[in-house]
Design a protein around this ligand. Structure first.
Ligand code: SF4
Length: 371
């Protein structure tokens, strides 16, 4: 990445209003010098296009850089402008997002693109007041897009930045709202007038590569001399590591064929994995003696007709943030006809692959058991 120059003067709007800020302003110059040397060459860092930066910021929420890169490149090839995204069908948008998870992000991006295309001549707004009225723009996304695309000096706090500053300031306890407010105050004083976007990206880069949640690499840290946790040897225990409880769920899924077609249905418009297509089936209750029995019951409730459950084809496991699903997959046939129409269809494998957005678990069932 090309070396960039910039001034490190703190942003003047807040210097006097900052409390508890004990970090000298050469923090910013150290951080930026480091960033300009080591920043990863990422596709969204090679452009100044606000739309591309916006897309990357939405994709990067809750998702790793490595996972995002191929999605971002395919997305920008398919929807290179706000107008092209605005004109796309929702099915196409969700299909392009398939596998990234948190599909509300794609829906909001699409809805916001329609507004920007229709009401704003396709130009991504340059002020926080307007930007935050668009679907999917919270304080983090507003600050990220404006600072990186337009050089607006707005501080941002994401999980990486929060962790870095909890260590630097040695913030060991407190609600997230209060912690973020304190960090924002400190950042306002440190944010350089020029290149605030680089400063924000440098902090996120530091959190991702060096000040990692586990085993931070303090000997490579450009701001080690400012860090109270490092000074006290507490960097491994601040912030307190979270133990995420993962619920295990069992489900049974039916592959019901009619000639070359297979039955799929669309999930409700609201809730988890909203609007995605999946094979019929449902949860196996702990009281169910046998997954076949559970599947027969679920199919009757969902489709309104009896079924015969056939061969067990295998099982697929998939993890979501807070639960892990084990899906037993069976062949099945229907006794009688099922009503199709909006939300339920007989579809070929090829059409499923090309046009129908599916949750990752269902996409793996398609890959493994329909050929
Ligand atoms: Fe994080 Fe270590 Fe740097 Fe402190 S010194 S900011 S704990 S990497």
């Amino acid at each position: 990445m090309a070396t960039r120059s910039g001034s490190f003067r703190p942003h003047p709007m807040s210097r006097s209003s900052v409390s508890n800020n004990t970090i000298p302003s050469n923090f910013s110059s150290r951080l930026l010098s480091w960033y300009w040397k080591v920043a990863r060459d990422l596709p969204w860092r090679r452009t100044r296009d606000p739309y591309a930066i916006w897309v990357s910021e939405i994709m990067l929420q809750q998702t790793t850089v490595k996972a995002v890169i191929p999605y971002f490149e395919r997305w920008m090839a398919k929807f290179p402008t706000v107008h092209r995204l605005a004109k796309a069908r929702e099915e196409d948008v969700l299909k392009s997002w398939q596998g990234l998870g948190y599909y509300a992000r794609a829906r909001n991006l699409h809805a916001a693109a329609r507004i920007v295309s229709r009401d704003m001549k396709g130009e991504v707004p340059q002020t926080p007041e307007v930007l935050r009225t668009l679907p999917g723009f919270g304080p983090y996304t507003v600050a990220a897009v404006l600072s990186i695309a337009y050089g607006v000096p707005l501080p941002l706090v994401d999980a990486n930045v929060r962790r870095v500053f909890q260590r630097i300031l040695l913030i060991r306890a407190g609600g997230m709202g209060r912690i973020d407010a304190r960090i924002r105050d400190v950042l306002l004083a440190l944010l350089p007038r020029k290149k605030p976007g680089d400063f924000n990206q440098a902090l996120m880069e530091l959190g991702a590569l060096v000040c990692r949640s586990q085993e931070p690499v303090c000997n490579l840290c450009p701001v080690r001399s400012f860090c109270r946790a490092y000074e006290k040897g507490l960097q491994e225990v601040v912030p307190t590591p979270k133990v995420l409880k993962v619920e295990r769920v069992r489900a049974a899924v039916a592959i019901i064929k009619k000639g070359p077609l297979v039955l799929v249905q669309r999930r409700p418009e609201k809730g988890l994995l909203a609007g995605l297509w999946e094979f019929p089936g449902g949860k196996i209750d702990p009281s169910d003696r046998d997954p076949r029995e559970a599947l027969e019951r679920e199919l009757f409730e969902e489709l309104g007709c009896r079924s015969r459950i056939g061969r067990h084809l295998g099982a697929v496991e998939h993890s979501y943030t807070r639960f892990r699903v084990h899906m037993d997959v069976f062949e099945a046939s229907l006794v009688g006809d099922v009503a199709v129409g909006a939300g339920r269809s007989w579809v070929s494998r090829e059409a499923l692959l090309k046009k129908y957005a599916m949750p990752s678990g269902s996409a793996r069932i398609l890959e493994r058991f329909l050929f």
